[in-house]
Design a protein around this ligand. Structure first.
Ligand SMILES: [Fe+2]
Length: 202
């Protein structure tokens, strides 16, 4: 077996609370020092993400969320735990540029163990840990290990539109002991939505 060990130190990254403040419902809320851990192998070896359980001011621990640059899609396999996937597609103007506060389509998907969740090209995505244990996924997004910070911020991912709007169109919150959605009012319009049967509160 011919394995190149040179990239091994670049496989691991963690997302800190400090960084997650960009996109939290309550940036001043108290959370874990690290929200999630990433071990990135790329298309062939796959990528593993592990979420801490818990909430920050009622919002469940989630990934930062990103859009893909170019026509890239991605599959997530649910390996362990309970979670919800959020997908959203922004509207585009007549020049094809994404409109930051205008959602063409939003989708919330309650995941089950063994599910494969497809993130189509153009759909921003994040996942939320709604259980009491780790939530663990496997995905097949590409990683270019020649990049400066391939594990933490791979070049195919665009985090800026999410940062600008302070998260996705809805936050997943704990309400009466179970997951519900709370609207992020930085987004002015949602044309089409499928909330997966989740209640909207607030
Ligand atoms: Fe992705």
């Amino acid at each position: 077996m011919n394995i190149n060990f040179d990239f091994v130190p670049k496989h691991y990254a963690s997302r800190t609370h400090e960084k997650m403040k960009d996109v939290l419902m309550d940036p001043d809320g108290i959370g874990p020092a690290i929200h999630y851990y990433m071990i990135r192998g790329g298309v062939d070896q796959k990528n593993i993400t592990v979420w801490e359980p818990g909430t920050v001011s009622g919002e469940y621990i989630k990934t930062y969320g990103h859009y893909h640059i170019g026509k890239l899609d991605e599959n997530y396999n649910i390996l362990f735990g309970e979670g919800i996937a959020l997908l959203q597609k922004l509207s585009v103007d007549k020049n094809g540029k994404m409109i930051a506060d205008h959602i063409e389509e939003f989708q919330a998907i309650i995941t089950k163990l063994g599910d494969e969740i497809y993130m189509g090209p153009g759909y921003g995505h994040l996942l939320v840990n709604t259980g009491k244990t780790y939530f663990i996924t496997l995905d097949n997004s590409p990683v270019d290990f020649e990049e400066r910070d391939p594990a933490s911020f791979p070049g195919h991912a665009d985090y800026e539109p999410v940062k600008k709007m302070r998260g996705f169109a809805y936050y997943v919150i704990e309400h009466n002991g179970k997951p519900a959605l709370k609207r992020n009012h930085n987004y002015k319009k949602i044309l089409k939505e499928d909330l997966g049967g989740l209640e909207v509160v607030g």
